[in-house]
Design a protein around this ligand. Sequence first.
Ligand SMILES: Cc1ncc(COP(=O)(O)O)c(C=O)c1O
Ligand SMILES: N[C@@H](CCCC[NH3+])C(=O)O
Length: 436
Amino acid sequence: MRLQGTMQINNQGHLEIGGCDVVGLADTFGTPLMIIDEDLLRENCRRYYKAFTQDDGDGVLYASKAFLSTAVARIIHKEGIGLDVVSGGELTIALAAGFPPEKIFFHGNNKSANELRFALSCGVGRIVIDNHYELELLEQISAAEGYRPSVLLRLAPGVDAHSHAYICTGQIDSKFGFNIFGGGALNAVKRALESPHLDLKGLHCHIGSQIFDLGVFRCAALMMMDFLQEVRDHTGWTAPELDLGGGLGVYYTSGDTPPIIEEYAKTIKDAVLQKCREHNFPRPRLFVEPGRSIISPPGTTVYTLGSSKEIPGVRKYVAVDGGMTDNPRPALYQAEYEGIIANKAAAKPVEGVAITGRCCESGDMLIWDLAVPRIEPGDLLAISCTGAYNYSMSSNYNALARPAVVLVKDGKVDIIVKRETWGDLSRLHCIPEHLF
Ligand SMILES: Cc1ncc(COP(=O)(O)O)c(C=O)c1O
Ligand SMILES: N[C@@H](CCCC[NH3+])C(=O)O
């Protein structure tokens, strides 16, 4: 496993993160346990901040769908970054953390009337309108309740992000946004500009996630800038803001070669400036919305090894005490991960095993082929780069309780999300009177 951030192997041969021995963390907090390396999280935020906010007014918004807790929201805010939320729930967590609403952008392809009212009443910075239904709904609510929200329109620029089909979002055949091709986007811009109840600030696109090819980000930026010019030709309106979404990929396993944050920033800014010159267009205020590339590398999940089953000549399955409930990505996207036996981190590998979860599903696999030293039940497996879209996509399937999440830094540890208990699992259940 590639060691990232503050990870190291200590002189007891244990994996250490943020100066904390992972074996000690597992003893204290139990497993499965998600560990977040605060230094690496802050470093990623700072690199984004530096790369994108030197030009006046540009901004970085953390896509909180990747992982959101009140403590992480505080770190994000302290590092000068805004927040992208997609539901009343994410907005509630952000507000509970004391996140300033004006630094929050509200996304989503089917926001409810109640969610829109909530966003309006707390004064979010931007509402990103996804479709005509929402445009009408937001206009009606704003008119009735006396708001004039600042809005962006989400567009599908028709760019294929070359990532897993389930995480590409900017192509023509996508459920998200107004399509540039076919005129839907231009009509939406005209409609929003005509409305006295909406303050159209600019346009948005997000082409997908876990993207390594800077060429597709460049292509999206060029197409959006060409469209801003087309809009100016048709309406006379010069869009002051352009939000290009998130999507930068990260390293999960050897062979993954993601571009660095700084290269990504340069690609986007160069493309925008090129088109500004070409069209004599004033440089819009730029926003980006990274999620995975901020929080994935700082996250590591630790499991305890339990049962195993060896099928001679086929493979050896080794089960952990979590699985698709805390990390559904291998089952959903055939995602691959690296791992290390945290209590034997310096030991030489002697065999290859398949790491399976504990759910009643054959597809509940975490790693198909992991080289491990001699292992036994009770050993600890650490899987790296699990900070994004693991906990946030976790479930209670098989009535498994969600893991705890801890933040580590300089040898200190703080719990930031408590472990769910079996008691929590029935807290929303009710037994009707006639069943007594
Ligand atoms: C609108 C929007 N912005 C930002 C993101 C964050 O993407 P990523 O985590 O790949 O950076 C997403 C998720 O793909 C998204 O849908
Ligand atoms: N959940 C996806 C990313 C989706 C990004 C949100 N639009 C993943 O785990 O890779």
